[in-house]
Design a protein around this ligand. Structure first.
Ligand code: SAH
Length: 218
């Protein structure tokens, strides 16, 4: 298919492998995650004009004021989720669809919600074109989760907020894990929350900067 070779074509596997080496040196140890990154064409999740930068370890604009997350952060969050061996995962903030694509290689089913309609449509098209069949996307305010398909073994929120939306905690299975950047627009920490029979145990991992979690659908 022509779309696969768009832009950097043949060199993309080499640059992708280089990215994986870099992530490994930065402390990403889970080989399943590294393998997923090595086999996912990130250049097809950004605009053609940015394709040549797709394997740099950096966030890139995807339009509508939003960004595709930095690969290191995608890897870090994915590693956190895999620790609880999830089968069904909810993502809030589909964006480009890259994080969902990574997850789709590692779990049975990915549900992903996005509040910006054109991004939802584009991500859905990408999944269809690239053959990711276990991802279901919905245009909605993900702060409310996706009750129809919950509860989930793991939840990943790829936009930052001052607190975890209560509906998401409710839709997390016992033993489940939620990762989300928590804080204001300038200072956020990547938090990892595990649901136990008595409490939600929170561990703060590292400082991060994400676009804000916004209520409603725009
Ligand atoms: N996971 C994405 C990162 C996208 S940036 C990727 O791999 O490309 C975060 C996304 O969250 C943006 O697209 C933004 O529109 C979306 N978002 C923000 N608030 C939201 C909400 N309440 N519900 C659903 N999506 C939201």
């Amino acid at each position: 298919m022509k779309a696969f070779n768009r832009g950097i074509g043949m060199t993309s596997q080499r640059t992708r492998d280089r990215l994986v080496e870099r992530l490994r040196s930065e402390g990403i140890a889970d080989s399943r995650v590294l393998e997923a990154i090595a086999s996912t064409p990130r250049h097809l999740f950004v605009d053609e004009a940015l394709a040549s930068r797709a394997y740099e370890d950096t966030a890139l604009p995807i339009g509508y004021g939003q960004t595709i997350s930095q690969p290191y952060i995608v890897a870090r969050m994915t590693e956190q989720l895999l620790e609880v061996a999830p089968r069904v995962v909810l993502e809030v903030g589909t964006g480009s669809g890259y994080q969902a694509a990574i997850l789709s290689r590692l779990v049975e089913k990915v549900y992903s919600t996005e509040r910006i309609e054109p991004l939802t449509t584009l991500a859905r098209q990408r999944f269809r074109q690239l053959g990711y069949r276990n991802i279901r996307v919905q245009h909605s305010d993900g702060s409310w989760g996706w009750p129809q398909f919950g509860p989930f073994d793991a939840i990943i929120v790829t936009a930052g907020g001052s607190e975890i939306p209560p509906a998401l905690l409710e839709q997390l299975n016992m033993g489940g894990r939620l990762v989300m950047p928590i804080g204001d627009r300038t200072h956020q920490v990547l938090a990892s929350v595990t649901r136990t029979p008595t409490v939600f145990e929170r561990v703060d991992l590292e400082p991060v900067i994400f676009v804000p979690l916004v209520g409603g659908t725009g």
